[in-house]
Design a protein around this ligand. Sequence first.
Ligand code: SAM
Length: 277
Amino acid sequence: MSLPTLPPLREVIARHGLSASKALGQNFLFDEQLLDRIAAIPGPLEGEQVYEVGPGPGGLTRALLRAGAKVTAVERDRRCLPALEDLSDAFPGQLRVIEGDAMKIDPFHEIGEPFHIASNLPYNVGTALAVGWLSGEEWPPAWKSLTLMFQREVADRIVAKPGTDAYGRLAILAQWRCEARIAMPVHRSAFTPPPKVMSAVIHIVPAVQPEGVRMATLEGLTAAAFGQRRKMLRQSLKGVPSALEAMDQVGISAERRPETLDIQEWVELARLLETVR
Ligand code: SAM
């Protein structure tokens, strides 16, 4: 099937008067080859459901549609809706646009079957959205993969390894039951307007959840420990019931600092806490 011819994205912006709003975290991508490469990160999308946050003028959206995806996109800025309507006309039956705040939307409720998530995230709500998608008690989750553009510093925290400055709650959340990797660094000059910092696209897929551990227990532990990351665990975990005894049983020294524990050790600690409580 031949693909529709679309106007260049710069022309779409000009035609619809879409000057970038800083408050809405608008940094647009216009390079269609780059957008096609991002849309290829989740793997073949022909006939797959994709949820996109913040389509804006529709750069990533058109790349996802070209890949054959059925896209449900939520956009807060109503100025973008006419441009997205044109896209919907060009790919009949493939694009549904919801005007609203992604922080208030449950994609599973909207789509009703498993889906991929792909987004050039607005920086002001990006981390909160990702934390929400990674935090569900239900596992495997309704999403099949996350392909997300972040500021490089956030991307580094997601894939961080123990013993590094970037390693903390976000790394543990993203890695204890998922595979997370940096799929593509993206130079700031690729965006209009260019942000102050570099970016990267992260790819995350769900893995098997370790048995006998609840998200809430692991989160409670890591929040207390990394909330005082310079302190020894003896001090930072004092307020977490049974944590010090559990550390003793697992053989983790209370003199260690939180960034020295690998994910396996955090999981073992949380598992033991489940059994003693
Ligand atoms: N996808 C476009 C691209 O790659 O060129 C635009 C990406 S831009 C970084 C972020 C987009 O998210 C903007 O279109 C902005 O209006 C939208 N946005 C910001 N906050 C939002 C929210 N809470 N819910 C939904 N969309 C939001």
